[in-house]
Design a binder for this molecule. Structure first.
Ligand SMILES: Cc1cc2nc3c(=O)[nH]c(=O)nc-3n(C[C@H](O)[C@H](O)[C@H](O)COP(=O)(O)O)c2cc1C
Length: 270
């Protein structure tokens, strides 16, 4: 890539982080009174799993400062089984719906979100979780359920490939894959929607870090993904909805071997 092209792309990236130039004439679809898109995606599967909610049966650390101080990115997992209750707790802490405002106008969730648009959908790649068969799932936040989407025979190598060769993710019990449904936030914010959406995503992943830490699980936010592998696995068109963020979570390995630590050391030395 030549220097001019690189400079152009850097400028595009920086401009994306700024507020777009104000145009007093511009109106979003909400201002133009267009119909509101639905708050969540409709289930597509008949295989629905109710998630347990007796979270207090988990050994939840309740010293908040300790959770904050212990939070870190964990990429070395022991591959012990994880409970369905832990999965449910992580989903609740990151996307759980506490209230519906107005006439289906907005969901109020356990994370904040610009204009309460909650433009994300959460998908899971699951392996080694009690009461869940391995495979790909979609979270249904309205009913706090999972829908089973498909088997994936190659989960032991799939997540690493989907995350652009980050093979440490293959040992995670769960990998969260977050998609964005663009129009859900564009309807309200139009050309201003996209930088807000990325800011919104930070709250989800921080809640996930803190929730995982609070039940002694480890995980790591992942911004580097293989776009087409991720979108294809969850049947997304890559335009109206596409994966943009991932987060493997696993049981923490107490006595990691040097070979387990190698990828982690590399990241730390970069
Ligand atoms: C938006 C975002 C994207 C990240 N992407 C990756 C990634 O692709 N691969 C990875 O190993 N770590 C990734 N990380 C984890 C960071 O490397 C990590 O947070 C950083 O090194 C600081 O370490 P700590 O989280 O243990 O404090 C990401 C973190 C964030 C917040």
């Amino acid at each position: 890539m030549d220097k001019h092209r690189i400079d152009q792309l850097i400028k595009t990236g920086r401009d994306f982080m700024k507020m777009p130039l104000e145009d007093p004439e511009y109106q979003s679809d909400q201002e133009l009174k267009c119909p509101q898109p639905s708050l969540v995606k409709t289930p597509i599967s008949l295989d629905i799993i109710d998630l347990p909610t007796h979270y207090h049966d988990l050994a939840i650390e309740n010293d908040f400062l300790k959770i904050i101080n212990h939070r870190k990115s964990d990429r070395i997992y022991s591959e012990e089984k994880m409970s369905l209750l832990a999965v449910s707790y992580l989903l609740w802490c990151t996307q759980g719906i506490k209230e519906i405002r107005g006439n289906n106008y907005a969901t109020i969730r356990t994370v904040p979100c610009g204009g309460a648009r909650h433009e994300f959908e959460c998908y899971l790649s699951v392996q080694n979780v009690n009461e869940l068969k391995d495979g790909l799932y979609h979270y249904l936040p309205m009913t706090h359920q999972l829908e089973f989407l498909s088997d994936k025979e190659d989960l032991k190598i799939y997540n690493g490939r989907a995350l652009g060769g980050q093979d440490w993710a293959n040992k995670a019990n769960l990998t969260f894959y977050y998609s964005v449904v663009g129009y859900r936030c564009e309807w309200r914010y139009g050309i201003y929607a996209h930088r807000v959406a990325l800011i919104d995503a930070g709250h989800i992943s921080e809640n996930l870090y803190l929730a995982a830490t609070s039940i002694h699980l480890g995980g790591c936010a992942v911004g580097y993904i293989d776009q087409s592998i991720c979108d294809e696995a969850f049947g997304l068109d890559g335009h109206d909805e596409f994966i943009f963020y991932a987060f493997p979570v696993g049981t923490i390995r107490k006595d990691p071997k040097q070979s387990d630590k190698d990828p982690y050391d590399l990241i730390m030395k970069r």
